[in-house]
Design a protein around this ligand. Structure first.
Ligand code: PLP
Length: 254
């Protein structure tokens, strides 16, 4: 099985393309990669971003699509409008699961998308999503709504569904001892709760969305895939290790 990861390079391998390779390798599937941007970052700080040119992005996409049967796609960091439009063009006719992880800022404070590309992200990338997996903060930034008793997770998820995503999960809604993911499918809604781990780490969102696309590519349902991803991510956060000087990096075991 081949899964395509479209996103940014992270030299610490905690997030981005390198993290996806770690996840898919642990799960025994082949990772195809299309790099949208190169970042300099580590576990303490985010440095700079250099997006790739339209030409090499296009060529990377053509290389993988002309050669492989692709069973699922994950879209992570897309950075600017040019990149967004090329990805949209190449993926709009695909009939395989596409998971969109709408990354906006890294835990260490780096900007993963240009401010003026947010509208195009909404217009061209969100509608590609079989499921979109924002965390609470990302869902709030996408919708410009703050989750509260008035703007419930359901209301915010509905707003994202109205942008064109078929299914939505908003992850990391913290309660006292639990952390919950709200899920809005086409005809149902539910909450997946788990134990809160008081640990800040690098790359947990990337791991969650990668585990979701893996499971969808294996023809599991949205619900089964989200439960699988929750468990997989929980383990990788629980086992996260401080291997650099800054925050811990998730540890992946199959
Ligand atoms: N860098 C890249 C290239 C990413 O794709 C992401 C998230 O998807 C991050 C950094 C952010 O990771 P985190 O916020 O978990 O540190």
């Amino acid at each position: 099985m081949n899964i395509l990861s479209i996103g940014g390079s992270d030299p610490s391998s905690g997030a981005g393309i390198q993290s996806d390779i770690r996840v898919f390798s642990a799960l025994g599937v082949h990772t195809l990669t299309v790099i949208t941007a190169i970042t300099s970052q580590n576990t303490s700080k985010f440095g700079m971003v250099e997006p790739v040119s339209s030409k090499i992005l296009q060529k990377q996409l053509e290389s993988v699509f002309s050669d492989f049967k692709i069973n699922g796609v994950k879209i992570g960091m897309v950075y600017n409008s040019k990149i967004i439009k090329i990805i949209h063009q190449q993926l709009k006719k695909l009939k395989i699961p596409i998971v969109v992880d709408p990354v906006i800022r890294s835990t260490t404070g780096g900007s993963l998308i240009e401010n003026n590309a947010r509208k195009d992200f909404q217009k061209y990338i969100v509608p590609l999503a079989t499921i979109i997996t924002p965390n609470k903060k990302e869902a709030e930034l996408l919708t410009k709504m703050k989750i509260s008793t008035k703007n419930t997770p359901e209301k915010v998820a509905k707003e994202i569904q109205n942008m064109g995503a078929k299914n939505v999960t908003i992850t990391g809604i913290e309660e006292k001892k639990k952390v919950s993911d709200f899920v809005l499918e086409k005809n149902s809604k539910y909450i997946i709760s788990g134990e809160k781990i008081p640990k800040i780490n690098h790359g947990s969102g990337c791991i969650h969305s990668a585990a979701v696309v893996y499971s969808l590519a294996k023809k599991k349902s949205i619900k089964e895939s989200l439960y699988f991803a929750k468990k997989f991510t929980y383990k990788s956060i629980k086992n996260a290790k401080k291997i650099g000087k800054g925050i811990a990096i998730t540890d992946i075991q199959s």
